[in-house]
Design a protein around this ligand. Structure first.
Ligand code: SGN
Ligand code: CA
Length: 521
């Protein structure tokens, strides 16, 4: 049982008081929680994270959350792929415990199992889930839910609510935002604290920008990552056999929207557009298509072009997500709810923007292993703070229960980051983090692997059809280009990391036996 939340400094408005709840013994002021999660948003594409896209990334509102609160620089996911990340966030348990280990060839999420929304709902929170759900079964533990079927569509998307599947008009990011605002307008007057999960589809592949962001980045030249032409020397079989490269995997038609003839348009997702949307689209893309097919690019110049085209659409999708974040923040401020509402922005996992020549995610390498995580909680989190402790998406569930002063079940496997938010990292905070990825064979052919990381080293074991180990020294090799597993200079480190791996697998209840049970028959 966690200690009771102390009364925060009262913000003084009537609406703030209206959102207070009172338990039988103590008056406890439970904060509202707005959890905004987009899909595949690389931390490299958030201005607040600095880096080469600092002056290009269209994220003023996400940056606002970081400026108002805290930016986490090492928020690690446990299994870098959509459905599994969502299951981890909800349950606070590793994939091998919550049972949802991969997207493909996976039975539906057992939505009757314990999740933090269920526990918040039982504790009197008004709970809602809107947007990409991606767990097969319908949500449980929410007073209101309205989800995209599967991956959902960018234009005029279908949704599923308790009454079934139905069609909507508009651009998915805007439709999701409107649904959330409309629910918030109602929730603010219910006299209960609320918890909203707003899950954007964007900027997921195939990156269709919205009508208000079409062409936004078409005149921008993006800096190329230095590893765009990585040849994977110095690393093992897995890196050499993946199918997620900009050069080979990115498709001219479906991904880069360069159809040679009109009949290919449906495969891009343009078949869902109405006439007005399509004509706005054509006016931007037709000149690009014309120019592309007259330029006859090939070899490295084609890869370079593909990278630029990819980034243009990817960031245009993010611009709409950021606007959505701004609308939510503005709503809270206009309604006097900002002081007592925790707002989080994160992504289901990180993503590659040409590093190692890749797009997509899945690996235990920093770009996809680290997810963006910024959070504001006025009066508690010091403005503009930056934290580099190893936190994880497995910590979210316990954190939300903790801030709401709800008992944290013993079987959850993360740890509340509330003390970190208060500026006091516990001395015994985790020094190692465990990772396990299962989706192979499957899309993008990234081999199954598990591993342990510290602030400096990372030990990875690839298994199933290979048995290979990799060790990286992030201090000397931040881009993870050189496997030092067999380097005699690292033999002590290797031993130490093996011990850590054994220990952490035991700690979280993962084992060879369990690992085998998740292999395809
Ligand atoms: C789709 C995409 C993949 C992507 C997976 C998982 N292909 O299959 O590129 O890795 O989703 O993404 S697509 O041609 O259909 O766009 S996840 O974010 O849901 O895990
Ligand atoms: Ca994703």
């Amino acid at each position: 049982m966690k200690t009771k939340l102390s009364l925060l400094s009262i913000a003084g408005t009537a609406s703030v008081l209206a959102s207070c709840t009172f338990s039988t013994n103590n008056a406890v002021r439970q904060p509202n929680i707005i959890y905004i999660m987009s899909d595949d948003h690389a931390w490299q594409a958030i201005s607040a994270y600095g880096g080469v896209l600092k002056d290009i990334a269209p994220t003023p509102n996400i940056d606002r959350i970081a400026a108002n609160g805290m930016r986490f620089d090492r928020c690690l996911v446990t299994n870098s792929i959509s459905g599994p990340c969502r299951a981890v966030v909800l349950t606070g348990k590793y994939s091998h415990i919550n049972g949802f280990v991969k997207n493909e060839g996976q039975s539906d999420f057992d939505s009757t199992q314990q999740t933090f929304p269920m526990l918040l709902q039982e504790a009197g929170y008004n709970t809602a889930m809107v947007g990409k759900w991606h767990l097969g079964s319908n949500p449980v533990g929410f007073d209101y839910w309205d989800i995209l079927p599967g991956q959902g569509s960018y234009y005029n998307p279908d949704f599923i609510n308790k009454n079934g599947r139905y069609h909507t008009d508009g651009y998915v990011t805007e439709v999701i935002t409107e649904k959330c605002l409309s629910w918030l307008r109602d929730a603010k007057d219910q006299g209960k604290p609320f918890m909203l999960m707003m899950h954007h589809k964007a900027p997921h592949r195939n990156w269709l920008p919205g009508p208000n962001e079409l062409g936004l980045f078409n005149n921008v030249t993006f800096p190329e990552p230095s590893t765009l032409f990585d040849d994977y020397s110095g690393r093992g079989t897995a890196e050499k056999t993946q199918d997620m490269s900009i050069e080979k995997t990115l498709r001219l038609v479906q991904d880069l929207k360069l159809p040679e003839d009109l009949s290919q348009k449906n495969s891009i997702g343009l078949g869902r557009m109405n006439e007005k949307q399509l004509s706005a689209w054509d006016s931007i893309y037709n000149p690009i298509i014309e120019k592309f097919y007259s330029s006859e690019l090939n070899g490295d110049s084609l890869t370079r072009y593909k990278y630029q085209r990819y980034m243009q659409d990817y960031l245009a999708c993010i611009a709409a997500v950021d606007k959505s974040v701004g609308q939510i923040l503005d709503f809270l401020a206009e309604n006097g709810l900002d002081k007592n509402t925790i707002v989080i922005y994160t992504s289901d996992q990180g993503f590659y923007l040409g590093e190692h020549g890749w797009f997509d995610k899945r690996w235990m390498f920093e770009e996809s292993y680290k997810t963006p995580f910024v959070i504001q909680w006025p009066g508690v989190i010091k403005e503009g703070s930056v934290n580099s402790d190893m936190v994880s998406n497995i910590d979210f569930a316990e954190t939300f229960l903790d801030v709401a002063d709800v008992r944290i079940p013993d079987d959850m496997q993360g740890r509340s980051i509330k003390p970190i938010l208060e500026g006091k990292t516990p001395l015994n905070w985790r020094k190692e983090h465990y990772y396990h990825y299962y989706e192979y064979p499957g899309s993008h052919m990234v081999k199954r692997h598990y591993g342990v990381s510290t602030d400096r080293y990372k030990l990875i074991h690839y298994y199933y059809d290979i048995d290979e180990w990799e060790l990286f020294d992030l201090k000397n090799d931040p881009q993870e280009m050189k496997n030092v597993y067999n380097d005699p200079q690292y033999s002590d480190i290797k031993k130490m990391m093996h011990k850590k791996l054994e220990k952490i697998r035991k700690k979280y209840g993962d084992s060879d036996e369990l690992t085998k049970s998740f292999l395809p028959n």
